[in-house]
Ligand binder design. Structure first.
Ligand code: PAF
Length: 287
């Protein structure tokens, strides 16, 4: 059943989703998929527009996935604005919104999990140990439900993108994964649903994060020792006003391992997570 048709069709069950998708398939149409947790901003809409360039039909999911939040994290206060999300998706060229209830995604008695390793192990994985298992589980389920030809993810969550790419390779999902460059505000702050938690003062500090990362990336590119680059970036973030830094590291862009030689060799990425009050921001940049 399509629960709403304006501004775009919305379905809540896998059966209803499949009814629409199977119709498109029967007409030989290709399908791109954009998974989201809602509270959409321009960054998400870039993903939807990219999806529209890559396939005939675009499905976006809006589901705040409980399995990727630890009990002390912000699941309860994560912004929810389904009506507004539907309007934004429609405007960006999405054809169907899939907004399942929690019981649809995780029926009573669901016990199967996905154990991720490799690129999931460190960085976010060290600070949010439940997260990538939860992300992999929900994304695997969504892929099985939607069965897209191509799925679009933001580079803002660079490690998540690496984990999904690895899962798709390891578990042979027949889907192409595409990463889209991070959307930023006029000050370079990476757009994030969590920016809504920041007051004006904290927003001004948050806007310094990308500059610090750009500087670290530039130094790493010259072959500077990464331990020093990371130490300087850490100090610069504290000076900028961040309350706490979980990490600032330069890593191999695909495996997210550190470089044994202590200098950046081959494609690398500088990645950081830092706190302003109770809000945790992440960002990353190419070296
Ligand atoms: O990046 C996100 O918004 C989420 O982690 C995702 C991929 C939609 C899974 O819940």
């Amino acid at each position: 059943m399509i629960v709403s048709d304006a501004p775009l069709p919305v379905v809540r069950s896998t059966a209803d989703l499949r009814a629409v998708v199977d119709g498109w398939r029967a007409q030989g149409r290709s399908l791109a998929f954009v998974p989201t947790m809602g509270a959409l901003h321009e960054g998400h809409l870039d993903l939807v527009r990219e999806a529209g360039r890559r396939a005939d039909q675009v499905v976006a999911s809006v589901f705040v996935n409980p399995t990727q939040f630890a009990p002390h994290e912000d699941l309860g206060r994560y912004p929810r604005q389904e009506g507004q999300d539907a309007a934004l998706l429609a405007g960006a060229g999405c054809h169907l919104m899939y907004a399942p209830f929690v019981e649809e995604m995780y029926p009573d008695g669901a016990t199967t999990t996905i154990s991720v390793g490799g690129p999931a192990e460190d960085l976010e994985g060290a600070f949010r140990p439940q997260m990538f298992g939860g992300v992999a589980l929900v994304v695997a389920k969504l892929f099985n439900q939607v069965r897209p030809d191509v799925a679009i993810f933001g580079e803002k969550d660079w490690q998540q993108l690496a984990v999904i790419r690895r899962m798709v390779r390891d578990l042979d999902f027949p889907v192409e994964i595409v990463g889209v460059q991070t959307a930023r505000d006029g000050h370079g702050l990476a757009l994030s649903s969590r920016n809504a938690y920041l007051n004006e003062d904290r927003l001004a500090i948050a806007r310094r994060l990308n500059g610090v990362l750009a500087e670290a990336a530039a130094k790493a590119r010259t072959g500077a020792p990464l331990a020093a680059v990371e130490r300087e970036a850490h100090a610069a973030l504290l000076r900028a006003g961040f309350d706490r830094i979980d990490y600032v590291h330069v890593r191999d862009a695909a495996t997210l391992r550190s470089f044994r030689s202590g200098v950046a060799e081959g494609p690398a990425r500088v990645l950081a997570a830092a706190w302003l009050g109770t809000t945790r921001l992440i960002d990353n940049m190419a070296v």
